[in-house]
Design a protein around this ligand. Structure first.
Ligand code: PLP
Ligand code: COI
Length: 355
């Protein structure tokens, strides 16, 4: 695991590290020096290459722009206590990448290719992995239809690109949520479980409306009754009722979050009561009223564990008290960070170390 696989590399002649403010890492603002690329044509992926981050040449007729065959992943690499770099949960991100690709009729990426390309790129740009607490290197693999043609069809050509970006936490303060009672992000049987670009594009309009009302994000509900909680626009969601961690049970409208899965696994292991079930907005309202609902937080690769300050249900703001250091969310955040940074044993084989 320690030597980078042989992938053709064209190095930049001008690193942008000196121009990067590592003390102020607004999410996604800086993109590291290099990117990885491979093209799919005639039924196979080309030899991947690493080149300086920059522009792509393509026509405005590429099918991704018109018919939306575009999917992505969001992963992170961390500095560990022994000075290695750790790419977290490659296997599960790869599984989800291929599920997304399959749902969008796009070709799978072989596991070995995924691991090798990630390794080579992260190793080359290892100086971009930030050192400050709570920061990491965000990794963005993206695949899109690159065939230039206007007919409505499944593309015969694709581009696979990996970008990386040094980041701090997505939210720097507890965020405000509005329960969505009208619009739908996706529906059962739709593309919610896939990480496809259109899910995000379609969510912008209702999210912008919520932002105008002073909220940060929308809490999506099921498309039929707008009664059961699905997730937040870029996070899964968890609640603490009576000391029990409760999170919506997965369905085809919800993204199977890797942070969610990690927290569920770690909570079970720690013997915390945990339940994956349908959660209605009435459950939330009741929990607020009888004070059994004590915590709520979003979880995701970009957001990590992000406390929720307010949930607006049918026009009423329900506020959570400030997060206590011994809260369940803080305990889970700590456990996750300890594994990611090598401070606690990696008993699930989640870490891929580049030494
Ligand atoms: N739900 C949505 C819609 C997301 O975009 C994300 C972020 O990736 C998540 C949930 C959390 O998933 P993960 O923990 O794998 O990042
Ligand atoms: C992630 O957490 O990786 C996401 O994809 C969320 C967002 C930046 C799109």
């Amino acid at each position: 695991m320690t030597t980078a696989p042989a992938i053709s590399v064209q190095k930049t002649t001008h690193s942008r590290i000196p121009e990067t403010d590592f003390n102020n890492l607004e999410f996604g603002k800086y993109i590291s020096d290099h990117m990885l690329m491979s093209d799919w044509a005639k039924g196979e992926w080309s030899e991947p290459v690493i080149v300086p981050f920059g522009e792509l040449r393509m026509t405005p007729a590429i099918l991704a722009l018109h018919y939306g065959q575009a999917i992505f992943e969001g992963m992170k690499a961390f500095r560990t206590v022994d000075g290695s770099i750790n790419i977290f949960r490659i296997r599960k991100h790869h599984d989800r990448l291929n599920k997304s690709l399959d749902r969008m009729c796009m070709p799978a990426i072989p596991y070995d290719m995924f691991v090798q390309t990630l390794h080579a790129l992260v190793e080359l740009d290892r100086n971009w992995v930030p050192r400050s607490d709570g920061s990491s290197l965000y990794i963005r693999p993206v695949v899109f239809a690159s065939e230039s043609r206007l007919g409505v069809k499944v593309s015969d050509q694709y581009k696979f690109v990996i970008l990386t970006s040094p980041v701090g936490p997505y939210y720097n303060k507890p965020f405000r949520l509005k329960v969505e009672g009208h619009y739908t992000r996706t529906a059962e049987g739709g593309t919610g479980f896939a990480k496809c670009a259109g899910n995000y594009g379609g969510a912008f309009y209702p999210t912008q409306l919520a932002k105008k009302e002073g909220f940060d994000q929308v809490l999506w509900t099921d498309h039929k009754e707008h009664k059961y909680i699905d997730e937040v626009g870029m996070m899964n969601v968890m609640f603490v009722f009576n000391g029990k961690l409760v999170t919506p049970k997965l369905n085809t409208a919800i993204l199977d979050g890797i942070t969610r899965d990690s927290i569920v696994t770690l909570a079970r292991e720690a013997g915390l009561p945990i339940e994956e079930r349908r959660i209605s907005i009435d459950d939330l309202e009741e929990g607020f009223k009888n004070k059994t609902l004590t915590e709520a937080f979003g979880c995701g690769t970009a957001a990590v564990v992000a406390p929720i300050a307010v949930i607006n249900i049918r026009g009423i703001d329900y506020a959570f008290p400030p997060v206590e250091p011994n809260s369940i969310q803080q305990q889970m955040k700590k456990k996750l960070l300890e594994i990611r940074t090598g401070a606690a044993p990696d008993s699930h084989n989640w870490n891929y170390l580049i030494r």
